[in-house]
Design a protein around this ligand. Structure first.
Ligand code: B16
Ligand code: MG
Length: 221
């Protein structure tokens, strides 16, 4: 019997790779402000909210801005980012993601999205997988960023599933911490060397299957 009753998926880095578009938009903003922004810098922004990302970038560039100026800059970056995600296609769903979420649904496991992004509904629609998620919790519905567990607890609540019966799929350390803070099981998507908080680490959802999910369920006390 599978004790896992719900799977909650992060978006960027788990279902799609929107980090490349965030990178291009933040780089353009940093360059217009007079400094550079590298792919290494971008790695540190994975799973971090838009405003918190901007704060970090301004700090790296040695700039101080007022709240109103920051609103303008964040909106500008988002305009460029939205232009890019508007061109996304179903081919951009990461390998195995669609198949694994479909297999969860087929076995009666509830599915939710748990993302920091305020653009998640647009992205899901563009890549054609909105229908695969029973519930979508994103940056528009939560006020506390990961590692706060709010996004995942809200997902479990809307699905009417106890936190202990949920498993979260995350590529960011802060996201895995949020899952653990929520009292949920956590699967890291990436490298076991960095994602040490996870109960299981796989390189992508193409490496997940129902057997691994059942084995994870056995960890529930
Ligand atoms: P937006 P996730 C996160 O998505 C991204 O990893 C992060 O880079 C981004 O700043 C954040 O969403 C907010 O995105 O500007 O679209 O609201 O990994 O939580 O799915
Ligand atoms: Mg992510």
């Amino acid at each position: 019997m599978n004790l896992i009753q719900a799977c909650i998926f992060d978006l960027d880095g788990v279902i799609v790779d929107t980090a490349v578009y965030h990178y291009q938009a933040w780089k353009r903003l940093a360059n217009e402000l007079g400094f550079d922004f590298t792919e290494e810098d971008n790695e540190k922004l994975k799973g971090v909210s838009r405003m918190a990302s901007l704060d970090l970038i301004l700090q790296w560039g040695g700039l101080t801005k007022t709240h109103a100026e920051k609103e303008v800059l964040a909106t500008l970056k988002n305009t460029w980012y939205v232009d890019m995600i508007a061109k996304m296609t179903p081919a951009e769903v990461l390998p195995g993601a669609r198949e694994f979420v479909e297999s969860c649904k087929a076995s009666g496991i509830k599915t939710a999205l748990g993302s920091a992004s305020k653009n998640s509904e647009t992205i899901l629609a563009k890549v054609g997988i909105s229908h695969l998620f029973d519930v979508v919790i994103d940056g528009n519905k939560v006020s506390k960023p990961k590692p706060d567990p709010e996004v995942f607890l809200k997902g479990a609540e809307e699905l009417h599933i106890a936190a202990r019966n949920c498993v979260v799929f995350e590529d960011a350390i802060a996201g895995l911490e949020a899952a653990k803070n929520a009292g949920m099981l956590a699967v890291g998507i990436g490298s076991p060397k960095t994602l040490i908080q996870a109960d299981l680490v796989v390189s992508g959802l193409d490496q997940m299957d129902s057997k691994k999910l059942i084995d994870l369920g056995l960890l529930i006390q």
